[in-house]
Design a protein around this ligand. Structure first.
Ligand code: F6R
Ligand code: MG
Ligand code: MG
Length: 384
């Protein structure tokens, strides 16, 4: 019989130590985190995996979103994995656990969170997307394409429910506020914000025809919490699929185009987001290029069941090859923009400090080159 209770799907993740450097997670970390989750009777089911150097805890339960017990459990699992990372001298052990003690909710404490509640449908296909070496804005383009672009998702045209549209809740990371915009009517307003993914990121999406959410993403900006550079935020996102929501193939389709995202080496470079299998999700070349993996679950009676590795499909080989070619092209720019991020995005890195050291060496020019009108008036410059 169908369960009318709301099931919660929680995806909580953190980088608690890299193996080797920042390229991957040591299997011992995943084992320890699994043991902790396995000993809990708060959750219905769990699956622990990795996206590059991030440990990913995928859990189902009936405690609702932001439940203290679940967040505490996730924190414990990540803390214990971090202590294994310390024992093994893994790189950056405990990196994303920004505070010493848990205090009610992991949000704002370092880990990334994507959670949503829903009444389980007779068949409940969900996709968990997990990225490494990039930032939450990386989801803007693919989520827009899944839920609002009929060239990607024919369901928006053909399916009578999807045809009604979707409501996007967009988060302003700079000012800490959100706005709801409904597609297709407000598509252009939506794109005005989504096109600036460094500041505006999708928080969640719900269909116009029901209150239940269709997608949710992590929006944590570690830099804003820590006030200093602590790596990119390596975001996660959950998408429910089928029966009035994007088909599984429609939700995967945007990733056939490896769009350019910020992150990669030192979190300071633009590069293509490469879709890979879980086994292929270990960013090595120049600490990248940024990766996205996707596990699909067919939830049944609150249980996740066996995961399917969704990008383990030869049909994504071309996207991987394109990403390699685009990555190679960008790499040839070395430390020049637009491969390297613009200065304002590097403001929290150590580069800002290095620039400060040279501050006293700058000499003011007698006539500012850009101030041509003043120069002309003073006759101080030969003008052509
Ligand atoms: C990117 C990332 C890595 C490091 C790089 C330098 O998000 O984590 O590219 O930034 O390996 O690491 P440190 O400064 O720790 O030597
Ligand atoms: Mg790392
Ligand atoms: Mg990472």
């Amino acid at each position: 019989m169908a369960d009318a209770r709301k099931l919660t799907l929680s995806l909580i993740k953190a980088d608690v130590g890299g193996w080797v450097g920042h390229s991957s997670s040591h299997p011992a970390l995943l084992r320890r985190a699994s043991e902790v989750l396995g000993n809990s009777n708060l959750i219905e089911d769990y699956y622990v995996t990795q996206a590059g150097d991030d440990v990913q805890l995928i859990m189902t339960h009936y405690n609702g979103t932001d439940a203290e017990g679940i967040h505490k459990l996730a924190w414990q699992a990540l803390e214990e994995a971090a202590s294994v990372a310390h024992e093994l001298h893994l790189y950056g052990a405990g990196q994303d656990l920004l505070v010493d003690a848990f205090s009610g909710n992991v949000r704002g404490m370092g880990p990334g969170v994507a959670e949503m509640e829903f009444v389980e449908r007779p068949s409940e296909p969900v996709l968990c997307f997990m990225a490494d070496k990039t930032a939450p804005g990386a989801w803007n383009m693919p989520l827009f394409r899944m839920f609002a672009d009929p060239m990607t998702t024919p369901g928006l045209v053909i399916d009578s429910k999807m045809h009604k549209g979707f409501i996007f809740t967009v988060h302003d990371a700079l000012e800490g506020k959100t706005i709801d915009l409904t597609t297709p009517l407000e598509t252009y307003d939506l794109l005005m914000f989504l096109g600036a993914p460094g500041r505006f990121v999708i928080d969640h999406i719900r269909p116009v025809w029901t209150d239940e959410w269709a997608a949710v993403a992590s929006t944590t900006k570690l830099t804003m919490i820590a006030g200093r550079y602590v790596g990119k935020d390596d975001p996660v996102c959950i998408v429910r699929c089928q029966s009035g929501l994007p088909a599984v193939g429609e939700a995967l389709e945007p990733f056939a185009f490896p769009h350019i995202v910020p992150g990669w080496m030192r979190g300071s470079h633009m590069g293509p987001l490469m879709p890979t299998s879980v086994a292929g999700g270990h960013p090595s070349r120049f600490d990248g290029p940024p990766r996205v993996i996707c596990l699909g679950f067919q939830i049944a009676n609150g249980k996740l069941g066996e995961p399917r590795d969704m990008f383990d499909d030869v049909a994504f080989d071309l996207a991987r090859e394109t990403a390699s070619k685009v990555g190679e092209y960008l790499r040839r720019h070395g430390p020049f923009e637009p491969h390297r991020l613009p200065l304002d995005e590097l403001e929290y890195t150590t580069m800002a400090g290095l620039q400060k050291e040279l501050e006293s060496r700058w000499k003011a020019e007698k006539v500012h080159k850009m101030d041509k009108s003043k120069a002309r008036a003073e006759g101080a410059m030969e003008l052509d």
